[in-house]
Design a protein around this ligand. Structure first.
Ligand code: NIG
Ligand code: FE
Length: 412
């Protein structure tokens, strides 16, 4: 099956295979071809170029994209879309004055979602989660990382990871799974934290590794959750089972999580709302991708990741949604890109790089995703007719997507 797209107003994020991420000043450059064509063969990008160089092609289907822009689908490297129910009551409690921390301290927050998850069947969780997955695909996400972390019991964590595995089997979108058993301490272990960590290391991890249920290991390293040394202990155990770390750090406090993540070659360190000079320094010249989650800052009214300082220091930056029931009940990457421009003062070029190639890097898939490159997955967004790609963040509340292709197939 060959699909040819012609007369593309602008084809964005055209890269050589060798580019796996972009950093610092390079983030401000978004290579593109104006008045372009793109050839998709089966599930891969087979060719592209300027219309004046269009070769003779026997295509099964030709799409005229006059006035429309083509870019790679979003790579959302941080979500928690497998969960049960919602936390809309906590949302209203926060409107009425309680903070996220106060809600968590009275047994709400992550523990509230854990109760709901453990009270739901695997099928109920699968059905709720697949609706979220389908929604984000329609919004242009073509690869996604999904975390466990609302089970907090051996059965609950395995149940979540099996749902992620089932989603990956049943949908064309690329899914990476992360084990986040260290998301919060269950109430019964608050006085004996090491006992829960032992269950995580000696019971959950071996079972997960044996059944190949996760690619990565995550820890919520934060005051009131996991300390830096607990984080290190859990990361080391995960690494021993072949799971690369991707960790939650610096959401509310800077406590040294970035430094320990870098020390253990974390693939990414995520959140980063509270960053000091040493934190930025620690990320320089490392393989660790910093990931910002602006929809979380928006929803919780907490600071935004200081993107300008980080990019000025030469760092790369990825953008992800953090879609979850407590801090970010939205997986709309178009909104993430717009919010990064509006609130973090990222340029449209920087934000698009952060949500595509750098997001792919933060999931370990930049060889196959994140740019328009021959041989990569044919995962593309075709926009409605728009004056330029500046519209994507500028018209922040509008849906500018005409169609989404995942592995060469149009979503309907
Ligand atoms: O990334 N910060 C920790 N975990 C999630 C929120 C979890 C929740 O509130 O359910 C996050 O924001
Ligand atoms: Fe998160």
């Amino acid at each position: 099956m060959t699909t040819l797209i012609i007369n593309i107003k602008e084809l964005l994020q055209v890269r050589e295979t060798s580019v796996s991420k972009v950093s610092g000043a390079e983030m401000g450059i978004l290579p593109s071809i104006k008045n372009a064509y793109l050839v998709i063969e089966n599930n891969l990008i087979a060719d592209f170029g300027a219309m004046e160089n269009l070769p003779k092609i026997n295509s099964d289907k030709t799409i005229d994209a006059t006035g429309k822009i083509v870019l790679p689908t979003w790579c959302d490297s941080h979500t928690h879309i497998v969960y049960a129910g919602n936390r809309e009551q906590e949302f209203v409690d926060r409107i009425n004055g309680l903070t996220y921390e106060e809600i968590a301290n009275r047994g709400g927050g992550i523990l509230n979602s854990a109760k709901k998850l453990n009270d739901s069947t695997e099928e109920e969780i699968y059905n709720q989660s697949k609706a979220r997955l389908k929604e984000i695909m329609q919004l242009g996400t073509g690869a996604v990382e999904i975390k466990s972390g609302y089970g907090l019991t051996v059965d609950g964590e395995l149940k979540m990871l099996r749902v992620i595995q089932q989603l990956a089997q049943n949908y064309p979108i690329t899914i990476k799974a992360t084990f986040l058993g260290a998301h919060a301490f269950p109430l019964e272990y608050k006085a004996n934290r090491q006992e829960y960590i032992d269950i995580l290391i000696n019971q959950m991890l071996p079972e997960i590794a044996k059944n190949k249920l996760a690619n990565f290991i995550d820890v919520f390293c934060e005051t009131g959750y996991f300390t830096v040394s607990e984080t290190e202990q859990i990361m080391e155990a995960g690494i021993a089972f072949g799971l690369k770390p991707k960790i939650h750090v610096n959401q509310f406090n800077s406590i040294g999580g970035i430094q320990v993540g870098v020390k253990h070659k974390a693939l990414s360190v995520d959140h980063l709302e509270i960053m000091n000079t040493e934190d930025i320094q620690a990320l320089k010249n490392t393989e660790t991708m910093p990931v910002a989650l602006p929809s979380c800052s928006y929803f919780l009214s907490i600071p935004y990741t200081p993107a300008r300082d980080m990019i000025a220091a030469g760092l790369p930056l990825a953008l992800a949604s953090d879609y979850n029931p407590g801090s970010t009940p939205s997986g709309n990457m178009n909104f993430v890109v717009a919010t990064a421009c509006i609130k973090m003062k990222m340029t449209p070029e920087e934000a698009i790089n952060a949500a595509t190639i750098n997001g792919a890097y933060a999931m370990g898939i930049s060889e196959t995703h994140g740019s328009i490159t021959i041989g990569k997955k044919a995962n593309i967004i075709l926009t409605k007719p728009i004056p330029s790609y500046y519209q994507l963040p500028y018209a922040f509340g509008s849906n500018l997507i005409d169609s989404v292709f995942i592995e060469g197939e149009i979503l309907i």
